[in-house]
Design a protein around this ligand. Structure first.
Ligand SMILES: Cc1cc2nc3c(=O)[nH]c(=O)nc-3n(C[C@H](O)[C@H](O)[C@H](O)COP(=O)(O)OP(=O)(O)OC[C@H]3O[C@@H](n4cnc5c(N)ncnc54)[C@H](O)[C@@H]3O)c2cc1C
Length: 243
């Protein structure tokens, strides 16, 4: 395990915080990977021994390791919510294949539910920093604007070809251009893109969100070898606090 020290904490969305840790010199990862993170000194009992899988929200080009989490009543989250700069945690080396394929030039379509934005932020920041010419479309599904972590930063990303679509299920204010009310569905994809069958899809969120997206891609007849999935297991059943 690798020890990290907390440097900063920020509120990122409703009931959601972002934790900034130092990045050890030898820590290398690909944008979209995750770690198993262990807190050593729990402030409350935890059913999973203080360990969770967490996507690295930072891009490899950034100087810190960043994790964004939804609040819940679990001992793990209570410990994080009480954490102050200087606290330490342990992580495994990076894991996972939810990464962009080098050399693939097809349009990347991200289908994201809530805090599932974490590995996508990592990839988009890295691509922007590298001056990527690839085409990206991000469908970002949240209940309301204030529930969407890292939204402002992602909307203003300097990428050559980038379409950002907010999909709000419960937003009550008047919608602006680039925002739609409802859910990510077949009709929205067909209306937003010329060639949905020819794109590669990166789907990330809770298992139930993934299931809905898989059904949609089947109905669009997108071949399964064009999908990449990052199921945030534990999110559906977590007792997430919605403040
Ligand atoms: C690859 C990956 C990346 C993730 N990235 C993020 C992230 O960036 N941010 C984020 O907030 N969350 C992320 N998650 C989800 C995270 O690991 C937690 O499951 C989630 O945050 C809920 O934790 P909790 O402490 O709030 O709730 P928990 O107390 O963990 O409750 C969640 C529920 O899951 C059940 N459960 C226990 N063990 C498992 C298991 N192994 N698999 C599935 N369910 C189980 C519990 O019984 C409980 O009902 C990721 C998960 C995966 C797999």
């Amino acid at each position: 395990m690798i020890t990290l020290t907390l440097e900063k904490v920020e509120d990122t969305a409703t009931g959601t915080k972002t934790f900034y840790f130092n990045k050890p010199d030898n820590f290398q990862f690909r944008a979209g990977q995750y770690v198993a993170l262990k807190v050593d000194q729990l402030v409350a009992p935890d059913t999973r021994a203080g360990v969770r899988s967490l996507s690295i929200c930072a891009a490899p080009c950034e100087s810190q390791l960043i994790f964004t989490m939804r609040q819940s009543e679990s001992g793990f989250k209570q410990t994080f919510w009480a954490m102050e700069p200087g606290a330490t945690v342990s992580v495994t080396p990076p894991i996972g294949k939810f990464v962009l394929e080098p050399g693939d030039t097809r349009t990347v379509v991200y289908l994201v539910g809530g805090v599932g934005i974490t590995p996508v932020r990592s990839q988009l920041i890295e691509e922007a920093q590298a001056g990527s010419e690839r085409h990206f479309v991000l469908f970002n599904a949240n209940r309301k604007e204030e529930d969407a972590p890292h939204r402002e930063e992602l909307k203003s990303l300097k990428l050559a070809h980038f379409q950002y679509v907010d999909v709000f299920s419960q937003e009550e204010r008047e919608l602006l251009p680039g925002e739609v009310k409802g859910y990510i569905n077949k009709e929205l994809l067909e209306a937003s893109m010329d060639n949905p069958k020819e794109c590669v899809y990166y789907i990330v969120g809770s298992p139930s969100f993934l299931e809905a997206m898989e059904n949609m891609l089947h109905s669009l007849e997108v071949p399964e070898d064009q999908w990449h999935k990052d199921p945030f297991t534990g999110m559906d059943s977590a007792n997430v606090i919605k403040k």
